[in-house]
Ligand binder design. Structure first.
Ligand SMILES: Cc1ncc(COP(=O)(O)O)c(C=O)c1O
Length: 464
């Protein structure tokens, strides 16, 4: 095929573009053969750790194995080839899947209103707080404060601030649970929402949650449940039943979606009946046997994400939930809690675990004794684990425990893997500072400046 000759006058580029938009010379693009490029990227891909290659006990992130079956299902042409602007009647299958997923999440949460739009847990927090703000505005109530415990994930107070609230911190007590006196002192008719993570980031289920909900509801506030740790309580306890009015799920944690370098993720939210009018629009509804996107929601806060949300992650979550069924999901949580307690029972003999001998799906150990006695930090231990073929646990979070190491094995790991990890950790705690301060010794890069690496990544090829 040939393009027709242009019917516009031929003018030099220098006349058409400003001087600073013109290059002096062709860009110095690399001249490489395909095998060189393929080898470069294939080798690069093996330098990182992933759940497919290594045990990844990154507390709070729930790095469970992502079944390949879910990948295959999300890649079916009927899902993959759908265009987001297709009319509803041509995407009935996909809309049905999303509608059913809304129902399943509502059932697991014990909260009937669902929006699948938010693109991450933090985005779900922000969306739910915007829903709460719309609810209070509608009622003519001026509520300016969102309470978050000091063990909360940083996204909680950040979301509160982004939604226009003042974030106020509630202290934890000596057991790592909400300090009820501090909570009572900070409750008032200015409080819009109390954001609680339960089980919390110390891996503890706060049994006071019912009482907390009563107190917050008494002053007219709402309870938000940060659902990042739902892997511990699937089919065991429903946030709506223990007092939550709103929550988010992290499907990439709880329902085994891949964690993809910051995205794409999803953070669907569930809310109580009285908050449903404010949910983002559209939501998927069913009229008789037909599914459609409902935009006719006058009180909605509007869109928070384009199109249907990150559908690929939602399909994986749907596949995961349907594969396990209700009983299977309960067993997921039982095994996650069992694995964490098994590992805790081994680790506590050589690394103190300040919040006791029992946990939910994760636990927090501390390297502060090692630091005091041998100058070895949590970071040293975490880095050295890479030499033994294990990804590090989360370190220095939660902030309430000094030199913290938050370990979450998840339910998909075998006893052999947990034993090997505990053995490696035990070995490392007996090593010298000399060995540990420069660890890891077996990786291509040892200790990059992590802040610079994240903020100024060098992603471009240069021939320097
Ligand atoms: C307790 C807790 N809350 C919220 C979030 C935020 O979730 P996301 O990373 O999906 O934005 C995380 C993420 O790790 C978390 O651990």
């Amino acid at each position: 095929m040939q393009f027709p000759a242009p019917d516009t006058p031929d003018r030099p580029l220098t006349e058409l573009l400003p001087a600073d938009a013109l290059a002096d010379a062709p860009p110095p693009l690399p001249e490489l053969a395909e095998p060189d490029v393929v080898r470069h990227f294939t080798n690069l891909s093996t330098l990182n750790m992933s759940v497919d290659t290594h045990f990844y006990p990154l507390g709070s992130c729930t790095m469970k194995y992502n079944p390949k079956r879910n990948e295959r299902l999300a890649s079916l042409p009927g899902f993959l080839d759908v265009h987001p602007l297709q009319p509803d009647e041509t995407v009935q299958g996909l809309l049905r899947l999303l509608y059913d997923l809304q129902g399943m999440l509502a059932e697991i949460a014990g909260l009937p209103g669902v929006s699948l739009q938010p693109a991450a847990g933090a985005h779900g927090e922000l969306t739910a707080l915007m829903v709460a703000a719309a609810h209070f505005r509608d009622r003519g109530e001026k509520r300016t404060v969102v309470l978050t415990p000091d063990s909360a994930h940083g996204t909680n107070p950040a979301s509160a601030a982004m939604a226009g609230f003042d974030a106020v911190t509630i202290k934890s007590n000596a057991h790592g649970l909400v300090d009820m006196d501090d909570l009572k002192a900070k409750l008032s008719d200015r409080v819009a929402v109390f954001m609680i993570t339960n089980p919390n980031t110390l891996g503890l289920f706060d049994p006071q949650v019912g009482q907390i909900a009563e107190l917050v509801h008494e002053v007219g506030g709402l309870i938000y449940l940060d659902g990042a740790n739902m892997n511990a309580i699937l089919g065991k306890a429903r946030p709506g039943d223990f007092g939550a009015d709103m929550m988010h799920f992290n499907p990439h944690k709880t329902f085994s979606g891949p964690h993809g370098g910051g995205g794409p993720g999803a953070g669907p939210i569930c809310v109580a009946e009285r908050l449903t009018p404010y949910l983002p629009c559209p939501v998927v509804v069913k009229d008789g046997e037909t599914y459609r996107l409902d935009y006719d929601r006058p009180k909605s806060i509007g869109r928070v994400r384009s199109f249907f949300g990150n559908v690929g992650v939602l399909i994986r979550a749907y596949a995961y939930i349907r594969t396990h069924g209700a009983e299977g999901l309960r067993r997921v949580s039982e095994n996650a809690v069992l694995n964490a307690n098994y590992l805790l029972s081994k680790v506590r003999h050589f690394l103190p675990t300040p919040h006791g001998n029992r946990c939910m799906h994760e636990f927090v150990a501390t390297a502060s004794k090692l630091k005091k006695e041998k100058g070895i930090s949590a970071m040293d231990v975490a880095k050295r684990l890479l030499d033994f073929g294990f990804h590090a646990p989360t370190v220095y979070f939660p902030l309430t425990v000094p030199e913290s190491m938050m370990i979450e094995p998840t339910e998909t790991e075998s006893k052999e893997t947990l034993d090997a990890f505990a053995q490696a950790l035990f070995h490392i705690t007996g090593e010298t500072g000399e060995m540990l301060h420069d660890a890891p010794h077996s990786t291509i890069i040892s200790r990059p400046d992590e802040v610079q690496a994240a903020k100024k990544p060098r992603l471009r090829w240069t021939n320097e």
